[in-house]
Design a binder for this molecule. Structure first.
Ligand SMILES: [Zn+2]
Ligand SMILES: [Zn+2]
Length: 114
């Protein structure tokens, strides 16, 4: 089975808020993989917040990239610039192998990974 990308509908907002997530008040959660270093993190793509620690959602960074200031990957520190995509939705397999699997709705997992 090809490893497909997660979608919005898979995210378990109840579980994520239940563990204390919150950034901009209009959260749109996703699991992103950072292409530079392969790290998987929970993000809010409304305001580019990156949740750094699956056990402590108060630890947050930013993945925003601005043309005005130098930006870097919040995980590995490599420089990133506007127009250079450096994040992608994680796949089901990457999510399952990460410590962020709890952010996925239990009933959303494809059968082989349940
Ligand atoms: Zn946010
Ligand atoms: Zn990185």
């Amino acid at each position: 089975m090809p490893d497909r990308f997660l979608t919005d509908a898979a995210m378990d907002y109840t579980a994520i808020y239940g563990r204390g997530a919150g950034c901009c008040g209009d959260e749109d959660f996703a699991l992103y993989r950072f292409l530079c270093c392969g790290g998987v993190r929970l993000v809010c793509y409304e305001d580019d917040t990156v949740y750094l620690d699956p056990r402590d959602l108060s630890r947050q960074g930013s993945s925003s990239v601005s043309s005005q200031t130098e930006s870097e990957c919040p995980l590995c520190g490599v420089p990133v610039s506007v127009g250079q995509p450096y994040t992608a939705w994680a796949t089901w397999g990457e999510a399952a192998a990460s410590p962020w699997a709890w952010t996925i709705r239990p009933d959303a997992w494809p059968r082989p990974l349940r």
